[in-house]
Structures are given as C-alpha cells and as structure tokens.
Write a protein that binds this ligand. Structure first.
Ligand code: NAD
Length: 433
C-alpha cells in the first residue's frame, strides 16, 4: 500500500503503540480516543504509559506531522484507507468478551468510512466478530479484516516492530493482503487467512501461554512436595526445543489485562458451541489456587497466622517493565493478605499514589520498617540489588518470600533472614542452610 492514510481508534497500550509505530514506518496516522484529557496530553507529546521508546516515537511522529491525535471517530475516518480498532474488550458477564466499545465505534463510523477502506480489528475479539462488524456496518463496500496484536506490555514498541508474525484474516483476501502490506517494512512472516482463523489465533496463543504458566506453577508445587528444585527442572525442560524456555518460570499466578479475560472468553466461546474446554478451565482454576498457595506460604513464613502482622510487599505491577495494574496477581495477593488481617505496605518502582488496603512507599526500604515478612510479587530487576543487611536491621521478623525466585538466597541468608522461594528445596531456608 506504500504510505497509507490510517486511523487508529483507541490510544491505549495497543492503539498508541500501533499509531506511533505505523507513523514511524512512514504512514500518515490519526489516533482517536474518547478520553479528551488523554488526547490533549498525547497531542502535547505526553505519554502516560511506561513503554520504552514510545514517548520518543510519539514526539517524532508529532514533529514530522505524520501522527496526530483527535477526539471523535466519525470525522477522523472520512478519508482513511485503513481503520484499526484498538479499543478495550474487557471481560463481560459470564466471562465473554464485552464488545460494547467495538460496537460503539462501528456505529459511529458506519456512515462516514469511505468505500474500500479496511476496518481492522486489532483488539482481541472472539471468533465471529468480523462477521458481526460486517452486519453492523451494513456496508458491502467496506472490507473487515481481523489483525490480532501480539505485543507485550513493557516491550510494546520493540515487539510491534519485530513481530514473530503478522496475522491477517478476512473473507476479502485482497483486503487482507493490503493490510499485511502496511507492515511490509517489517521482517516478519505473514499468515493470511480467513477472519475466524485469525481471530482464533490470538486466543489460542494467549491461552496456550496461560496454560504453560499454570502448568509450571503446578510443577513448582510438586517440586516443593517432592523435594525437587524447579530451577533445575525447568532448566532441563527448557533445553527441549519443543518446549522452549519462555513462560517457564513459576510466579504468583498470571494476570494483566489480557490472559485472564482471554482465557475466560475462550472457555465461554467453546461453551457456546457445545465444547467443554476443561483443559483451559483447569488452568484458570489452577491460577486461582496458586494465589491461595502464595498467601498460605506467606502466612506460614510469619508463624502461621497473618492477623496482626505487618507485611512489606515488593512489586505490584503484573510483571516487570510496566506500570499496568490491571488484574495484577500482586493486587489479589495483597488484598487477601489485608483480608486476613495483615497490615500491608508496598513499593513498586512504577507505581505511586495510594491503593485501597495498603500504603504505597516511595522507597523499598520503607516497606521493611517493622515488617514481619517481605514478599516479592513482581520481578523488577532492581530488587536483586537490595541491601538485605539493611533490610534485616529494619525488619521485625525474618521472612522473605520470593514468589519470583528472583533474589539471591545466599545474600538473604547471610543477612540473617529466611528465604522462601517457589518450588525450591528447603536447604535455602535458614533452618537448614
Ligand atoms: P487500553 O485500555 O490501554 O486502551 C484502550 C483505549 O481505548 C483507551 O484509551 C480508551 O479511552 C479508548 N476507547 C474506549 N472506547 C473508545 C471509543 N468508543 N472510541 C475511541 N476510543 C475508545 O487497552 P489496550 O491494553 O490497549 O487493549 C486494547 C485491545 O487490545 C484489547 O482488546 C486487548 O485485549 C488487546 N490487546 C492488548 C494487549 C496488551 O498487552 N495490552 C496486547 C494485545 C492485544
């Protein structure tokens, strides 16, 4: 398509990254949002999400005039050649994806989108959505293309520019190929298929990753019960190229803005066609159980009961490298700690301001003051470099629960504290060190 006139609707993690990167690739991009404050800030080059390289790309796009930000889709799409939908599709009633934002946009643009302009779903949408959009649009002259996005928060720009693959699907093959061409400058294979398959690729991939994490969390639990070491087990597994090393680290459970809603949505979609996806439902259950086990582990580390204890939490974001707290397992765990009567203070390098049920500190050592136990819930690299002797001086108790197996156990033991990881042998605990 060469340089195209593109409209991106929704300027969150996916939309802003898409808009800024497509402008960087030479396209003329208008980004639209309903949030006036956000649009005004973005138009002034202010990016509120933590994504390496994004602010710089936005500022380059603004100064080259290839990127602009507006409120209102109706007018914005009037001379577009491609319209990307990047609006939220949160979990709705019963676990199904809530498509109200997608439908609202379609209603808004149906009268103004020009003939031949591709309407593209980049939001994660259930199978059948392209068909539904076609019906809602009521425009035989406007092709609908599914083009799921696979970027990860924290590395969104680099993932967008170096994708493993581009997936596009449509009943209009030519339109699908034209959308694939928008990415022609990226060195990535394209999968060009029908809309239903493209829509399913995204869920199938995300749910597979969630199952892999649930599986490794269950194996970590087995390691604890059997006296094996998860680090060695996953190291041995990871050499197998059929398995790989990615998504093979135990943790406090998977979360974030995608995996929880996408797993529920796929279970629900399967149910709607009479298939009981028990494999995936079990992965969801296992993820809930993981949080319970983490809370029990923390309770055990401070003498068996949380009531009246003070717990210092390190890390609240659902993973390192982002300030996104949506569906963060760290928030569920801290809420459960508070519900069991613990007083919770927390530190996260990317989070400030207060959150319900806890005090947020602006320095990791502040969470140590008077704490009976410390729990690491997000794998921020800076936690590896903490001074544990200083922690020991500040703490009341001696427990450090490392749900990411991030810290150096020896440094903690040397400070006279007790380290407890996930799926690691008891010899790391002080009693048997
Ligand atoms: P987000 O919440 O960060 O951003 C969505 C934006 O859309 C917000 O700025 C919101 O104001 C705007 N919006 C809502 N309704 C609108 C409307 N009617 N018109 C215009 N703008 C509107 O969401 P996100 O994380 O970028 O996710 C968007 C979609 O992409 C979801 O379907 C998600 O599942 C999918 N996705 C997300 C990621 C990720 O890592 N965040 C990765 C791949 C796919």
């Amino acid at each position: 398509m060469g340089s195209a006139r593109i409209v991106v609707i929704g300027t969150g993690y996916v939309g802003l990254t898409t808009g800024a990167c497509l402008a960087g690739l030479g396209h003329q991009v208008t980004c639209v949002d309903v949030d006036r404050v956000k649009v005004a800030r973005l138009a002034a080059g202010q990016v509120d999400i933590l994504e390496p390289g994004l602010e710089e790309l936005v500022s380059r796009g603004l100064s080259s005039r290839r990127l602009n930000f507006v409120v209102g889709s109706r007018e914005a799409v009037a001379d577009a050649q491609a319209v990307f939908l990047c609006v939220p599709t949160p979990m709705g009633a019963g676990g199904a994806a809530d498509l109200r934002a997608v439908e609202a946009v379609i209603e808004e643009i149906s009268g103004t989108v020009p003939a031949g302009c591709a309407v593209i779903t980049k939001s994660t949408v259930p199978v059948g959505t392209a068909q539904r959009i076609r019906a809602l649009l009521g425009r035989g002259d406007v092709p609908v293309v599914a083009n799921p996005e696979f970027l990860r928060e924290g590395t969104a720009v680099s993932d967008f520019l170096n994708p493993d693959r581009i997936v596009v699907g449509s009943e209009d093959e030519l339109a699908a190929r034209r959308v694939a061409d928008l990415y022609a400058d990226l060195a990535a294979p394209s999968v060009v298929t029908d809309a239903a398959s493209a829509e399913l690729v995204k869920y199938a991939a995300n749910c597979f990753l969630a199952m892999k994490l649930s599986y490794v969390n269950a194996i970590a639990e087995l390691c604890e019960r059997l006296g094996a070491d998860i680090e060695s087990v996953t190291d041995g597994m990871g050499y197998d190229r059929r398995i790989g090393r990615a998504f093979l680290k135990p943790g406090p459970g998977w979360g974030g803005s995608c995996l929880p809603k996408d797993t529920h949505a796929l279970v629900q979609v399967a149910e709607s066609v009479g298939f009981d996806f028990s494999l995936l439902s079990s992965a969801i259950q296992e993820n809930i159980a993981q949080r319970d086990r983490i809370v029990a582990k923390i309770a055990g580390s401070v003498g068996g009961t949380l009531a009246g204890t003070r717990i210092g939490v390190l890390g609240l974001a659902f993973k390192a490298g982002t300030n996104d707290l949506r569906d963060s397992p760290a928030l569920s765990v801290t809420a459960m700690l508070a519900a069991h009567g613990a007083e919770v203070t927390a530190y996260d390098p990317a989070v400030d301001g207060d959150l319900p049920g806890m005090r947020i500190m602006d320095d990791p050592y502040q969470v140590a003051k008077g704490a009976d136990g410390i729990v690491v819930l997000t794998e921020w690299d800076e936690f590896r470099r903490l001074d544990w002797t200083y922690f020991a001086d500040l703490m009341h108790g001696d427990a450090v629960v490392d749900t990411r197996n991030l810290l150096d156990p020896q440094a903690i033991l040397n400070a006279g504290l007790c380290w407890l990881g996930l799926g690691r042998p008891r010899r790391h605990a002080r009693a048997t060190a």
